[in-house]
Design a protein around this ligand. Structure first.
Ligand code: PLP
Length: 307
């Protein structure tokens, strides 16, 4: 059908959103220009995926979102059950079998015009879905991603912006990404001010060295895929350490991988000038990745969306 014939008011095929109590195409969902979510990045969100018509580990995502609301003193009307219902409703409306599903709480607008007091703002919830988003494109997942650790930008300090409350403070990542892309890397990975490895835009990172797997302990979002990967390591009988990780340990690793809702367990084959396992995805990484996708068939870890 020619695109000019599509009635965009009714076209949900590219995603559906829930906002101010209404379901509308995601392309039409918008915040008022005075919303503090927009003017101050005073907002938290979470992202769950639907795969083959099922939400994977939705309760883990809902629990993390509730924690973020509490950390940021955001109060919304919707209960956990309401949020679950809304997420089902929008994915069902879109008919998407594989979807990226974002749910958000914003500080909102002050009820008293011009007020600078966050307590005057009317916090509000909204949600939207779009076709599944690969944080690393599918061909990069197959070949293994190439990351740059930049010198010129460090991760925002966790005592300034708490990375465990999922947020839109992406100024550091964006600067890292611009340089990484200009220098032909796939993505950026940031260190903190003490030189410890943190995370990248949308992913956590793991290293394998002499049969033991490690991932940064602090200064990162506690990714749900990171949590699932730790469970998979346990099932595979692989020892795990959650600890501070130096740049030297990252470069000395036998294998490196990323974890993200947008694509699962992703092999990393290069960091800066260093390449791992002959510039190919590592054997252990691929074994963990296979289990990650197998677990999507496990009914106990997912729930069906009623289309
Ligand atoms: N770190 C950051 C900064 C993120 O934004 C994300 C996800 O978007 C992750 C890590 C990975 O978390 P998850 O596995 O829950 O997608």
């Amino acid at each position: 059908m020619p695109t000019d014939k599509i009635d965009t008011a009714k076209d949900f095929s590219k995603g559906a959103a829930w906002m101010w109590g209404k379901v509308l195409p995601t392309s039409q969902a918008a915040l008022p220009v005075t919303d503090w979510g927009l003017t101050h990045s005073d907002i938290t969100y979470d992202v769950v995926h639907a795969w083959d018509g099922r939400f994977f580990r939705l309760d883990d995502y809902l629990t993390r979102f509730e924690g973020s609301l509490e950390k940021l003193n955001l109060n919304i009307e919707q209960s956990r059950d309401d949020i679950r219902t809304i997420l089902h409703q929008i994915v069902s409306k879109s008919q998407l079998q594989h979807a990226y599903v974002s749910f958000v709480a914003s500080r909102g607008q002050p009820t008293v015009m011009g007020s600078r007091d966050p307590r005057d703002c009317q916090n509000h919830f909204y949600a939207w879905c779009v076709p599944f988003v690969w944080v690393f494109p599918e061909d990069v997942v197959k070949r293994g991603a190439r990351l740059q650790v930049p010198d010129h930008v460090k991760r925002i300090a966790p005592n300034s912006v708490d990375p465990t409350a999922k947020n839109y403070h992406w100024g550091d990542f964006t600067q890292g990404l611009i340089q990484a892309k200009e220098q032909s890397f796939d993505n950026t990975l940031l260190l903190d001010e003490n030189g410890h490895v943190t995370e990248g835009p949308g992913f956590n990172v793991f290293v394998l060295k002499d049969g033991r797997i490690s991932t940064p302990k602090s200064g990162v979002l506690e990714g749900i895929t990171r949590k699932v990967a730790l469970e998979i390591c346990q099932q595979h009988g692989i020892a795990v350490s959650v600890k501070d990780l130096s740049m030297t340990e990252l470069l000395d690793a036998d294998e490196v991988f990323a974890t993200t809702t947008g694509g699962g367990i992703v092999p990393i084959t290069r960091v800066n000038q260093r390449s791992y396992s002959n510039d190919a995805p590592g054997e252990t990484t691929l074994a963990l990745q296979a289990t990650y996708w197998q677990w999507h068939q496990n009914g106990a870890m997912s729930e069906a969306i009623a289309y």
